[in-house]
Design a binder for this molecule. Structure first.
Ligand SMILES: Nc1nc2c(ncn2[C@@H]2O[C@H](COP(=O)(O)OP(=O)(O)OP(=O)(O)O)[C@@H](O)[C@H]2O)c(=O)[nH]1
Ligand SMILES: [Mg+2]
Length: 615
């Protein structure tokens, strides 16, 4: 693995000079940086270790106004190199950067007390002690503090040795793992070669020429035209600092903060469930977590974005780890994967509020929010591996549709019970299609699924019950095993089926007329209504359940696009005013739609009808 080390420390303390002394590379590449002798944007360098392997560095500015750029650099590192000038000692950004590294969960690195040529040995010892004391209050407690002079060269060999040990320690831990991706930190356009992006390639990654990558947010597909590592063109890159020439996109369409990835676990989302931990509070006052509805800045990867914190009700649970859960609503979608670390800062006056990690990139919405209990949040936050977190996430959501539909154990059991209850209520049996629709809409009162996915889950569960022998299939009917119909009920069932078929059209005849033609007696109509095989809108108008479900879905979809007028709905369904008025009135009464002077719009129960369900 290629370890990426990020510098940190107060302005002018010698970060860039130390890197130049170690690697021979000047990370201050911008003309303005060279003129002013200070780092403004993130810079890069790499070091060849004694065994021939290489170590990557990200160099950051120490200026207090450039903390945003420091975080771009620190967002994708494995370890830190804290630099403290021996003459100055720890200063404001020494402390601020340490707090930020701690919030980002950086747990290994090295500290360097530099410029020792300018002070007495006593002063060096004093600053080394102060630095170790500060580190002790963070996750970097106990890392080596090495005294050097970057200009004279004292101590540089020791720094190199410690960096090699650092690399070995991190390699032994198996690297950061996680989804393969590159968070873009620089974009430029090379004449004749098109757009080029740079960043740190992370996760179990392997990116080669010709690969197709997803660009987030926006979900565009781009092709890798060329891969470069440390300025050399290579067939493929596996980790560390990487430059990618991209085809199928202009440089102007790319910017810092975007992510290219091959892993479907990375998605662009504007709402995340997170676990927060208050910042270390190294400067004395202990920072407190942002309150509910507080406006914050989220720094994640190479991106930063405004967000509102949700810490009320079900969103806020105290986790045994000492963290608390919260929802972050981002100003626009940003690429995230589960487990990602980030920092929350107050915009002004700026202060580091908290460090956090993402526990769900698509937290429960709508009815599924009722399942967000502290126990389920804790289980998800504590999940140690992909399997455990997959199971905990399913339990939190109740149902997840990714390819197929999966149901949580309690939801699956509830659905089986509901199916058996339905069937027990009609000994003669239920039509499979009706049973499917009924239990599917039942399911959607408890979990968030699209109508199609809910029907798929219903069909699977019914199949399962048939396979187990709890139900029996007879043509398109489902019933309990062992039912023996009499001659009379057989005739009634046939008449009921005929009536359902007659009402299975967009403009059905009057109910009385349909009953007469199909020979279905009143008790047959009552039985059909009780079994929800037909939907009765008024005395003389009824639809087959499936037809009505389709009409409802159509109306709901149209109403999300803008107010739906009776005339527009009539044209969309090719029926007449009589039918659309009755349907719209029914949907209004049930809260699926709401009537406004301009037409019908989604009502309070719109979500239950499938509006706004994105997956
Ligand atoms: N005497 C002495 N001077 C040093 C040493 N290292 C750096 N300097 C000087 O300190 C000044 C700042 O060095 P930089 O490396 O630019 O500091 P920096 O931490 O990168 O600064 P920013 O990027 O602006 O935060 C320069 O004038 C360096 O020449 C050292 O070991 N000894
Ligand atoms: Mg610098």
């Amino acid at each position: 693995m290629t370890v990426v080390v990020g510098t940190a420390g107060h302005i002018d303390h010698g970060k860039t000079t130390l890197l130049r002394a170690l690697t021979g590379i000047d990370a201050d590449r911008l003309p303005e940086e060279r003129r002013r002798g200070m780092t403004i944007d993130v810079g890069y360098a790499h070091l060849r270790l004694a065994d021939g392997s290489e170590l990557d560095f990200v160099d950051v500015p120490g200026h207090d106004r450039l903390v945003g750029n420091m975080l771009v650099g620190a967002g994708e590192i494995d370890a830190a190199m804290l630099v403290v000038a021996a003459d100055d000692g720890p200063r404001a950004q020494t402390i601020e950067h340490l707090e930020l590294l701690d919030a980002l969960g950086i747990g290994d690195g090295i500290a360097v007390v530099t410029k020792i040529d300018a002070v007495s040995p006593e002063r060096v010892a004093e600053v080394v002690a102060q630095t170790a004391e500060l580190l002790a209050r963070t996750r970097l407690a106990g890392v080596r503090v090495v005294a050097v002079s970057a200009t004279r060269g004292d101590g540089l060999a020791e720094v190199r040795e410690e960096l090699a040990r650092l690399r070995d320690r991190l390699a032994a831990e198996g690297g950061p793992g996680g989804p393969a991706r590159l968070a873009i930190d620089r974009v430029f356009s090379v004449k004749g070669r098109g757009a080029v992006v740079t960043g740190t390639l992370r996760g179990d990654a392997r990116v080669g020429r010709g690969d197709m990558l997803r660009l987030l947010p926006g979900d565009r597909v781009v092709r890798v035209r060329e891969v470069q590592v440390h300025g050399e063109t290579v067939e493929r890159a596996t980790a560390g600092r990487t430059a990618l020439g991209l085809a199928g996109i202009e440089a102007t369409e790319l910017h810092r903060g975007m992510v290219v990835t091959v892993d479907p676990a990375v998605i662009a989302t504007d709402r995340i469930l997170v676990a927060l931990r208050p910042a270390a509070g190294l400067s004395g006052t202990q920072a407190s977590l942002p309150a509910d509805r507080a406006r914050v800045r989220v720094h994640a990867g190479t991106e930063q974005i405004g967000a509102a914190v949700g810490r009320s009700g079900r969103d806020a649970a105290e986790l045994p780890s000492g963290e608390v859960s919260a929802i972050l609503r981002l100003e626009r979608p940003v690429a995230f994967a589960p487990g990602d670390r980030f920092v929350l800062r107050r915009p002004s006056p700026t202060e580091t509020l908290a460090g956090g990690r993402v526990i769900d990139i698509e937290p429960p919405r709508g009815v599924a929010r009722r399942r967000m209990t502290p126990e389920r949040l804790m289980a998800l936050a504590a999940a140690a591996d992909v399997d455990a977190s997959g199971a905990a996430r399913l339990d939190l959501h109740g149902a997840i549709a990714d390819g197929g539909v999966r149901l949580a154990a309690d939801v699956a059991a509830g659905m089986e019970a509901a199916i058996l209850t339905e069937v027990d209520g009609t000994p003669a049996g239920r039509r499979l299609a009706d049973l499917r629709s009924i239990v599917a809409s039942d399911l959607r009162r408890n979990v968030r699924l699209s109508p199609g996915h809910a029907r798929e889950a219903a069909a699977d569960t019914i199949e399962g019950l048939v396979a187990d022998g709890a139900l029996e299939r007879d043509g398109d009917m489902v019933r309990r095993p062992g039912y023996a119909p009499t001659g009379q009920s057989r005739a009634l069932l046939a008449a009921m089926d005929r009536l359902v078929a007659a009402l299975d059209v967009l403009a059905p005849p009057s109910l009385a007329e349909a009953a007469r033609v199909t020979g279905c007696p009143p008790e047959g109509i009552r039985a059909l209504e009780a079994a929800s095989r037909i939907v009765r809108l008024d005395d003389d108008l009824a639809y087959a359940a499936a037809t009505y479900a389709a009409l409802e879905e159509r109306a709901a979809t149209l109403a999300t696009a803008g107010p739906l007028t009776p005339a527009a709905f009539r044209d969309a369904t090719g029926t007449s005013r009589k039918f659309v008025m009755a349907i719209l009135e029914d949907l209004d009464r049930r809260g699926v739609l709401r009537r406004t002077p301009d037409g019908h719009v989604p009502g309070p129960r719109a979500a239950a009808a499938g509006i706004g369900v994105n997956r």
